[in-house]
Ligand binder design. Structure first.
Ligand SMILES: Nc1ncnc2c1ncn2[C@@H]1O[C@H](COP(=O)(O)OP(=O)(O)O)[C@@H](O)[C@H]1O
Ligand SMILES: [Mg+2]
Length: 250
């Protein structure tokens, strides 16, 4: 993925300022920075979620496989199928079963929806990849809200995986989870990158260090610095990055 001169606004608030970034294929890219610096907004520009906010506006380019997702005629819903997203708080559909939650994205696009048997296979695969299958296989028809927070978050990851995205965007996916669930999600992220490109927002620097290959530091809507995760935490080039990672603000 390649991001070029990206600006994002909420009305007159300039939340993302001229960001350019190369997101490496089949790697994990972490986005760190203090609260309010535009991490979530940037992430939401990567799959055209930002524009779902009424006063929001985006300028610039986001290329996936050489095609600008903001080009005229590109369908935003199709984009979100290829570039899946998981949010800070688990967002299962509360009235749907575990199975139907995972299958929910399959119906959104493509006139020909999969048969019941095909759907069951996709659901099993997605839950297996999300490391949740063994915990839920005997209660697929029960409500998703019967699951714990950590299970709900893995369910949301399974829902995103069901459409076989090329890219998975995670916005502080463990912020509301206990340490054991956090570890499960981190291990999952680490494993998934063999199949897909992952961008994860986190304000936990230890988490960025554990799961990512590259790290980007944002401040006041700008990308200050991006490099290999090990380099950014040992030899940051910018004073502001160093101040942040050594805990002088944040
Ligand atoms: N829905 C919104 N309406 C107006 N301003 C918003 C909205 N969401 C975020 N902002 C503003 O955009 C800026 C960036 O926010 P955000 O991307 O959520 O930061 P982060 O994820 O780094 O905490 C902040 O100044 C925030 O107040
Ligand atoms: Mg945020």
């Amino acid at each position: 993925m390649r991001v070029d001169s990206l600006d994002a606004y909420f009305g007159s608030v300039h939340a993302v300022k001229g960001v350019g970034m190369l997101v490496h294929d089949r790697q994990v890219t972490a986005i760190i920075g203090p609260s309010g610096c535009g991490k979530s907004t940037f992430l939401r520009c990567l799959n055209r979620m930002h524009e779902t906010v009424p006063t929001a506006r985006v300028e610039g380019e986001v290329e996936l496989d050489g095609r600008d997702i903001y080009a005229r005629g590109v369908n935003a819903i199709a984009v979100r199928k290829h570039i899946g997203m998981v949010f800070q708080r688990p967002t299962p559909f509360p009235t749907m079963s575990i199975r139907d939650n995972v299958a929910a994205g399959l119906r959104v696009i493509d006139g020909n929806r999969p048969s019941r048997r095909e759907t069951d296979e996709i659901v099993e695969q997605a839950l297996t990849r999300a490391a949740l299958w063994n915990e839920v296989k005997d209660r697929l028809s029960t409500s998703a809200i019967s699951l714990s927070g950590g299970q709900q978050q893995r369910l949301c990851i399974a829902r995103a995986l069901a459409t076989e995205p090329r890219v998975l965007l995670l916005d502080e996916p463990t912020a509301s989870l206990d340490p054991i669930s956090t570890q499960a999600v981190e291990e999952l992220v680490y494993e998934l990158r063999t199949d897909m490109t992952i961008v994860i927002v986190t304000h936990n620097m230890q988490q960025a260090a554990r799961v990512s290959d590259s790290t980007a530091f944002f401040l006041n809507g700008e990308l200050v610095e991006m490099s290999a995760t090990n380099d950014i935490f040992t030899t940051p080039q910018d004073d502001r990055t160093e101040a942040y990672i050594t805990g002088r603000f944040g």
